[in-house]
Write a protein that binds this ligand. Sequence first.
Ligand code: ADP
Length: 433
Amino acid sequence: MRPRSEESHRILVVDDNPSIHRDFHRILTHSTSGLDALDAMESRLFGEQAPEPRTTAAPCFELDFASAGEEGVQCVRDAVSAGRPYALAFVDVRMPPGLDGVETTLRMWRESSDLQVVLCSAYSDYSWDELVRKLETSERLLILRKPFDTIEVRQMAHALCEKWELLRASQQRMQGLSRAVEERTRALAEANTRLLHAQKLEALGRMSAGLAHEVNNPLSFILSNLRHVVRGLESVPWTPESEELREDLREASRDALRGAERIARIVQDVRVFARVDEPPRERVDVCEVLESAVHMAAEVLGPQPRVVRAFQAVPPVLASEHGLSQVFINLLVNAAHALRGRAQPLLRLGVSRRADGRVAVEVEDNGCGIAPENLGRLFEPFFTTKPAGMGTGLGLSICHGIVTRLGGDISVESTLGQGTTFRVMLPAASQEG
Ligand code: ADP
């Protein structure tokens, strides 16, 4: 079977002679299609029974006519921009005084590179070699000598339109294939980036876990000795002369203790980041955990922010209470920092059940907000905008780690100068669980 498109093919005739237009019209819109003529010829030649004539409800070709080269080029341009390009153009070689057929063809190809062209010539205006040299291609070009042979014109029209159709189909397939290749390449590159990132995090985790382990032992005896020194300084009898020294030592040892306790908290964070401590999971009520996190962060939050709660009844989630509490405390502490110095600090806590069954927890503040260029980096370990000694940049990466390990995700929306919302989405625990 010859592949035929649903729509009739568009053909353009460019010739300065109106009687040639009429000839083409008669030949190409005749009710018997060229294929039927071919079939009839085939059966005559090979003695087979002729098939039933094809009934062509609509003519196979839709014809347009141009009387000069420039007009032809414009028709091709319009057809392309209308999304209905011509398949074929019959172009007269001689069309004085305007563009000749060769120039017209070159310009039409600039508009529509697939266009098949039949150059019609009564004279040997150009030799084939000359034509090929001028047009730089012979694949889309045929020559038709005048006067025309009706059958030859029909055959050419059918064959070239079919060729155009096949060419377009194969181009579309090629485009589809190269799109698929591009998509696959992009997906692979993304997967590779994720893998590299995961490997980096894993290496970082291993190093941090080792470091935390090594720091932990000396730190625990530093802490216990410092506590011992602080207590000792209280109980030693002091003379009024040494009172100044006593105050000095007391302050120094308390500072040292505060510093050591901070190191202990960082080490604890690093251990969570490195997943050294992975507590067991249970069914927990996020509202309760969030409420107790607010209680624990009370000191950092201070009396200032107005806290608004919008808690819906939600199903329990499967998590470790300790891990989840750490997530909420980190978010609350960050919000508290962002709210510092705001005229009317507001903290909105939301718990809701989403249409997909997941539980959403939102911590929203009307604090300083986050610069757009930082939004993409917040969950990276050690990313901080806080001054040295104030932030480790581990808080959100820990939150991210804990939440994703629970099968959930954490996201952020923020407007600089207006506020920030962190949203934690967690899958609900199964009924039996
Ligand atoms: P840290 O608090 O130690 O800097 P985090 O990982 O918790 O580390 O946070 C990383 C950075 O994200 C912070 O330094 C801050 O710039 C930004 N950030 C986090 N939460 C908020 C918030 N609620 N408002 C504004 N900025 C925030």
